[in-house]
Design a protein around this ligand. Structure first.
Ligand code: GTP
Ligand code: MG
Length: 369
């Protein structure tokens, strides 16, 4: 969507700001200030009020995601996207390592996860689950602020010897705001002097409806070190994801989100989580103000793959500029179209920036213009 601030729109229409705001209130907008951001449709209606004829170039020049179908029951199932969150050092990467039977935690610089990692894990049932590992700091929240709604389920990791800590609370807030169901993994149960009951109490105090406290959020005692309880955790994830029954179209233009982006020897690569459609080599994708004609697709193990379908994380090369984590990825029909879209977006980037910096408000219209 395109945005314009109230003050910029006043300038465009050649009206004094104070007068403009007064008029907006007269015709039914409430609590308007000059920095409020209006979407294109609202701005167009207002422009008509001033006898301007708005031209919506956006839909033609820009690429936009197709609307979500209301009924998805006929579409194929996709793997659920599970985000591992929790306080720094509570064992997020270690748990994930156990689930994927590898060891990322040991190889990390200083043992701290720096970027969001995306991994596909095939469960014993044969179903695959996509996991996102988040750093202990606020990067994930930052991504959410930019609009990337990536997660179907949050696994909240809480160390049994440390209980609820600031980033645990942040993660709870995030999951609640995004309305994402949660499973709690009470980790480090192999240690002495652990107190899982205290963890549950603390969680209940922070409005997590854990099972033993009358709620339905499962809290599973585990150890990423010894594997204790890990089968129960896997089962809980699989059961919940089957219940949620996520489906997506594998046809049509591909869409996704940039999870992370780096520059390697092979050039600029980005891990993209496919949301819809099927991504293949040769496809042209736009992400924010950069684009690529894909040379190779790789899974997280670095193996070249033929195609990536919804719910799969995939490493995509060939970006003209490095895309930003959190950007929406959309397929373009041609290189020329991709270039045009990028040019268009660059031209509009001042407006875009405004849309990001200022919280867009839903201006409520009391009556029809
Ligand atoms: P950040 O990515 O930095 O936020 O940390 P993290 O949550 O990914 O934690 P990580 O998996 O790197 O583990 C932190 C430390 O706790 C490491 O030294 C792990 O070996 C240790 N650890 C993780 N899980 C367990 C566990 O179940 N038991 C014990 N004893 N130690 C654990
Ligand atoms: Mg980590």
């Amino acid at each position: 969507p395109e945005f314009i601030s109230v003050s910029n729109l006043a300038d465009v229409l050649g009206v004094r700001q104070a007068e403009f705001i007064d008029h907006l209130e007269e015709i039914g907008f409430e609590g308007v200030i000059h920095s409020h951001v209006l979407d294109a449709e609202t701005a167009g209606l207002i422009a008509e009020e001033y006898n301007f004829e708005p031209i919506f170039e956006t839909s033609e020049q820009d690429l936009v995601a197709a609307p979500e179908p209301e009924d998805k029951s006929h579409l194929p199932q996709r793997p659920p996207v599970v985000t591992i969150m929790g306080h720094v050092d509570h064992g997020k990467t270690t748990l994930l390592d156990w689930l994927r039977k590898s060891s990322v935690a040991a190889s990390e610089h200083g043992g701290i996860t720096q970027h969001i990692g995306a991994f596909s894990v095939v469960m014993p049932s044969g179903k695959s689950i996509t996991f996102l590992d988040t750093p202990g700091h606020a990067a994930f929240l930052d991504m959410r602020r930019r609009g990337a709604d990536l997660t179907d389920i949050v696994v909240l990791v809480v160390a049994a010897d440390d209980s609820v800590k600031p980033q645990t609370i942040e993660a709870i807030k995030h999951a609640k705001q995004a309305n994402v169901p949660m499973i709690v993994a009470i980790n480090k149960m192999d240690k002495d002097n652990v107190n899982p009951e205290k963890v549950k109490q603390d969680l209940a105090r922070h409005s997590v409806d854990v099972e033993d406290y009358g709620g339905d959020v499962q809290a599973i005692p585990v150890s990423g070190k010894t594997g204790l309880g890990m089968l129960d955790l896997e089962e809980a994830i699989v059961t919940l994801s089957e219940l949620l029954d996520h489906r997506a179209d594998v046809e049509g233009n591909a869409e996704g989100w940039v999870v992370e982006a780096t520059t390697k020897k092979a050039g600029r690569v980005a891990t993209v989580l496919v949301k819809r459609g099927t991504v293949r080599a040769g496809d042209i994708l736009v992400a924010g103000t950069t684009w690529t004609r894909i040379k190779t697709l790789k899974n997280e193990a670095g193996t070249v793959i033929e195609e990536a379908t919804p719910g799969m994380p995939v490493e995509i090369d060939g970006w003209r500029e490095q895309p930003e984590a959190g950007s929406e990825v959309l397929q373009a029909p041609s290189e020329q179209r991709a270039k045009d879209v990028v040019d268009y977006r660059l031209e509009r980037s001042d407006i875009k920036k405004l849309g990001q910096d200022t919280a867009a408000i839903n201006v409520s219209r009391r009556e029809t213009l």
